[in-house]
Design a protein around this ligand. Sequence first.
Ligand SMILES: [Zn+2]
Length: 273
Amino acid sequence: MLIGAMNHLRRDVLKEIEWIADMGLEFVDLTLEPPVAAAWKINPQAIRRALEKHRLAVVGHTAYYLPLSSPFESIRRAAVEELKRCLEVFSEVGAPWMNIHPSREPPMHARSFAIERNIQSLQELLPVARERGVGLMVENLPCHFNSVRQLSPLLDALPELGLHLDIGHANLLVEENTTDKLLAAFGSRLRHVHLHDNKGGEDDLHLSLGAGTLDIAHYVRLLRDCGYDDTITLEVFCPDLHYLAYSRDVLRKLWNETPVTAIQEEGARLSAR
Ligand SMILES: [Zn+2]
């Protein structure tokens, strides 16, 4: 399992890579977003060299507000074009996966409209992604794409699509965290994880692990139980990096201390439910 962090979209990407490496993290969750880290402002070759120098892996992240379900066709197409530009960058820097945030329905439109438009946008991106050697995955988002029922229309329609599970998001605006059910339904398609703490409700607090109400040990067990052993980004957004370093240590310790027997017991407990 690799632990990583995201670059700050208002700061120079190369400098961000430096502190991520200095902290002993193992990959960069590279977000390509304006104002500073936009796909048209960064230098992919320089980023690739910096990643190689520090032996860091990389995963691709994109802006959450690109209007993939816009009823204005020219605007939807422009969003797809921006994501194609991101795919090019991720291919150049060596990222195996790029995430997509599905868009909710526009005003005065049915949810089915948004689903159709998201699928259409994803269908236009998939051949380009294939050509570039980058896989596409959808991230669960509070309220509109956070449960098995809400994500199934996209994941069922496009079997090639991976799941990017955000365990913090899965805790927001829900009766209970949706991670257990999402993993039960789509665990075999899990490609990347975001982890951060919050207190439920609607506030996406991005707290240090342990500062909110998430049972982190439980989610580590679930991830191990479904055979996941890949990238986990600590989306702990706090100017004081001590909180991120602390979260890194908590996650590594929990991961290493989850013995095989505990994994099997948890599996047995879940299947007995
Ligand atoms: Zn996230």
